[in-house]
Design a protein around this ligand. Sequence first.
Ligand SMILES: C[S@@+](CC[C@H](N)C(=O)[O-])C[C@H]1O[C@@H](n2cnc3c(N)ncnc32)[C@H](O)[C@@H]1O
Length: 347
Amino acid sequence: MQQLIRISEVFAPHHPEILKRLGIDGAKKLGAEYFLFQHDTSVPAADEPYAIFVGWRMPVHHAWPCNPEKTVDFVEKSCLALERKFSAASPQSILVGPLIAGSPNPHYRKLAAQLRARALQLFAPLPASRDPESQDPARPTLFALLGREGLFCGLASPRECRGFHPGGSKFISRSAAHSISRAGAKIAEALHFIRLDHPPLPEQARWLELGASPGGMTAELLHRGCHVTAVDRAPMDPRIADHERLEFFPENAATFVPPRDASYDALLCDLNGDAHDSLAAVLQLLRCLRDGALIVFTLKTHKLGTLDEIVGLHQSISHRATTAGLKPVAQTHLTYNRNEFTLFWKK
Ligand SMILES: C[S@@+](CC[C@H](N)C(=O)[O-])C[C@H]1O[C@@H](n2cnc3c(N)ncnc32)[C@H](O)[C@@H]1O
């Protein structure tokens, strides 16, 4: 079977090595981040250490390698083929995206929108066609990606593909009125992503945030209605410092003692510095998290050079967290991450 995976451009110098370690031969590169290849089983396997580099993964049930710009009636012909092949399977939605997500050339974004609109006319009404956020993570959606290499489609659930949107990227504005830094988009994307594997947290959830300054992520949590207890040696941005739902402790996270009787629904750790020190700070605060609390941990890998160092650090951090009793929920390299990964655990 043909499969399509996405590996962020951040790892471009390592792409050939990552594919080799994943046991993928003869992959064809599509756009800057996608790889199309033939493989009997779904790749990568869940326990494969190099899986952490793979964002989106999709079985390709229908491919039309062509140059859409030079193909007469590309949209109509594509949609008729999709309707013939997939309408009996009753997907919950049809979602189409460009193979080059952030491209300044809007051509393929517009073509994707046209293709989706026409396909939806041909299929019987689909339950989640209005809003991608309303998809059931476990039900099949017809996902399609297109670019100058052609059209690649798969019928699979958002959970299998690791995203609610084709390619896994959700557009999140980084200039929203409440935003005070680009970090806000990371927690927004993390909370969107984790709905694949975890029910949404209540709006008024109480968050404990380690490494909060200047407050990009804090601002996003406050905007969502959450209560935040933030800890950082550095100060918070004056735009949020006096927010009524923010409690700020200008302290060392490693020795922070929360207020008596504090009980949090979630913990966010974005401390920079040594990852094992950051995890130690999280572990010493587990007692003030309620059972089932969600932990979002940014694993920083900026100072690491080789792939083996990155994978080794990820494995030792994961092992230490599970040994301390945390349950792994998910892990990913978010679109808004650079040299870091986002790990999710549950207490
Ligand atoms: C990547 S920045 C955090 C960015 C922040 N999450 C945001 O959204 O704006 C990392 C922060 O960790 C803080 N930090 C690192 N080690 C710390 C420690 N031991 N105690 C308190 N703060 C620490 C730094 O002061 C820095 O502000």
